[in-house]
Design a binder for this molecule. Sequence first.
Ligand SMILES: [Zn+2]
Length: 411
Amino acid sequence: MKRISLKNRAIRGLIALALVLVFIAEPLGVQAESVEETEAEPLSKSSSSASVKVTFKNKTRTYYNALNKVYLNGKAVSLASYPIFKKSGTFMGPAEIIFGKSKLGTAYDANSSRVAIRSKTSLIVMRNGKKTAYLNGKKVYVGTPAMLVNYKKSGKTMWVVPLKSVCRVLGLNYSLTDGKIKISKKAKAKKTSKKKKATKATTVKKATTTTGKKLSTSAIAEKIVLCLDAGHGGDDSGASHYGFKEKNMNLAIVLAAKRYFDKDSHFKVYYTRVSDVLPTLNARCTFANSKNVDFFISVHINSYKKSSAGTETLYNAARVNKTAKKGLTSLELAAWMQGCTAATTGFGNRGLVNRPKLIVLKKTKMPACLIEYGFLSNPKEARRMNQSFTLYGKSLYNGVVRLMKRKGRYR
Ligand SMILES: [Zn+2]
């Protein structure tokens, strides 16, 4: 737990980390499936001149081929305050009106960074201006991303999405003829009994009402987002005994866990560091907060006397309720991880320790805990820990999976 503050180095380290993360976030090695198609059909002259001004990420642009109407299940719906417009050959339309407030059998949910639309069979989650989206939990590529825009004329802020591709993945009919966009439910199989119809309606209704008014994005198969923090780094070695440095051990455990998390599409994991750099403690918190992660786990190795022994997990008792998120508290997280870790290390179980003043437990806005695997000052534990990084990483991953299963978030 020894900590040295080296601000400048830390800032440089964080910038490097941020760059690494940006590159990781890009879909470089991902087998991306495209869900985008461009619209080949030209609009009739009468409507092609209509334009619309929208602000997207602080830039105002004019788009053409604006349409003030859309036909949903054969019925004209006015979009005067938030018209459809054409961007890069793709028609973009207000998701909430078309997929949320219509009778297409779809449900809509959004927050400021993502929009989720589901039909009975599919769920697509798109992020603001991002070309990668998630279709039924699998990464896909969208040629024209969803955008959270503000319509200049009406002042309305709306998520607009590429209509044709969204309809396609949701299993809806989409057509564009004579400047009219028509979207409808696919014709049902011939023998649809009344009973079956009723079940279908209930399913959709249930989906929209389980978590209150709107469908919670997390409840519809969204990724479990967490932050793993390898303690210390760079010029701050943390504890140091028998030629071992805590910073390297923490990182080795986190990187071992990363190998498992990388293969599991249920998770989106953010790492405060993946190399020997030193982000400040505040920067680690700001990073996790900015990513709005569901929970935060910091990995450390203890140090005190040669005779000290055992595994313990630190948490902040004063913030248990304040930081509770998605049905999880820091106390639950700490207790659960302590159980898993102590069982894995086989060292003594020292239980939970309340440490309200630790920055990473004080400034993180989500459930957080700090695991101390064992004592580096204890020669037996030091040797054992340095042979067990893969095991610890696997155990960390498995512990999180089992906890999320208990919470019903890992299916
Ligand atoms: Zn430490």
